[in-house]
Design a protein around this ligand. Structure first.
Ligand code: SF4
Ligand code: SF4
Length: 364
């Protein structure tokens, strides 16, 4: 919403912070400042008796900065100022305490976890190195522990396919690793198509894997041309990724990353093959699936769980790493966190002891 609309909502005189130029444009406003103004506008509309403070510039006497992190010192000082009291001095009890470390990770049941697991497994089993390049989206975590350190580097949005094409040119200089680029569906629409056209035009030797989870999940589920919704929430004919890739002239394959055997076999055959290949891995974002309701409940049969003796040492909770896979320290066995688990069933397929089962069923 442009500033002018916000101002018009409440009347200019009610908006205390104004843009820096006379045209009402937001050139010099920060997003935080803009959000603060929106909050003021909404408060003024719905609860005019509420005094909204903060969100200004520190140097001119307001309480909180427009930019930067709101750390405890800033908030403590701002609260004291707002209440007209001295900020209380810190005591020993107020010393910062240690917050338990949490890795960045994919959501429970995220299809990207299965994809990176399979990519890693196939490369490992091939016994040869492979260059994997990431891009911008949730799947950027594939370069970290969450994705088993599944790619070596990524740069700006849309650069993955271009970097992969460029690496392929190094064959003439002795670089002989297979090259894989990983990109999401939203990034494909935004910035990957020109790179793919270039890769096709130059007969690049690479595999492009498109992780189609039907969502722009990392930044808040904004619609993209594949979702069938416009930014205004209206229905539209979705653009088919496969049709675009085919129109460019690429050979294209499709698979479901939750079909572990099928996807593994495809990856094995495509990663080392010559020429430009495109693999679309289609499985909706776990958050979208979760909104539609839980598919199945899973549980661990403690009598079958190998616990610490499990092949990789607590494979499900330590290696696979879905937030739904937890560990019962008292019992010394794996356990499914019912709240986190969305019932994708992948851990059940991977458990070497067959100890994870759907409720009321014997197999995944
Ligand atoms: S993967 Fe299976 S056997 Fe291993 S710890 Fe988890 S539930 Fe137990
Ligand atoms: S079934 Fe397993 S992998 Fe899937 S969400 Fe539940 S705990 Fe995670």
């Amino acid at each position: 919403m442009p500033f002018a609309v916000t101002a018009a909502l409440v009347g200019d005189e009610n908006v205390t912070a104004t843009p820096d130029n006379e045209t009402g444009q937001m050139d010099n406003m920060t997003i935080a400042g803009y959000i603060a103004q929106l909050a003021c506008a909404i408060a003024l509309l719905h609860a005019p008796e509420v005094l909204v403070i903060g969100g200004g510039v520190m140097s001119d006497g307001s309480l909180l900065p427009r930019i930067g992190e709101l750390n405890p010192d800033l908030v403590r000082a701002a609260l004291a100022k707002a209440l007209g009291i001295e900020a209380p001095a810190l005591t020993e009890d107020d010393e910062p305490f240690e917050i338990p470390y949490r890795d960045l990770t994919f959501c429970a049941g995220c299809p990207h976890r299965a994809t990176y697991f399979l990519i890693k497994q196939v490369i490992k089993r091939s016994g040869a190195p492979c260059a994997v390049i990431g891009d911008i989206g949730c799947y950027i975590m594939g370069g970290q522990r969450a994705g088993y350190y599944g790619f070596q580097f990524e740069n700006c949005m849309g650069s993955g396919v271009a970097a992969a094409e460029a690496l392929g040119q190094l064959t003439a200089y002795g670089f002989d690793q297979p090259i894989v680029a990983v990109v999401g569906d939203s990034t494909f629409f935004h910035t990957t198509i020109p790179g793919l056209i270039s890769a096709k035009y130059h007969n690049a030797n690479m595999l492009l894997i498109i992780l189609d989870n039907s969502a722009t999940a990392m930044t808040g589920f904004q619609p993209h041309p594949g979702t069938g919704l416009t930014a205004m929430g209206r229905r539209a004919d979705p653009i088919d990724i496969k049709a675009i890739v085919t129109a460019i002239g690429c050979n294209v394959w499709e698979a479901d990353p939750f079909d572990l055997d099928g996807t593994r076999a495809l990856l094995s055959s495509l990663i080392g093959a010559q020429g430009l290949k495109v693999l679309i891995l289609k499985q909706p974002c776990a958050t979208l699936s979760a909104k539609k309701g839980k598919k199945k409940k899973y549980r661990v049969d403690a009598s079958l769980c190998r616990g610490d003796d499990c092949g990789c040492g607590r494979f499900c909770s330590r290696v696979w790493g879905c937030p739904g896979n937890s560990w019962d320290f008292e019992v010394g066995k794996a356990v499914i966190d019912e709240v986190a688990c969305v019932g994708c069933g992948v851990c059940a397929e991977l458990c070497p002891a067959g100890a994870i089962k759907p409720e009321g069923g014997e197999s995944a």
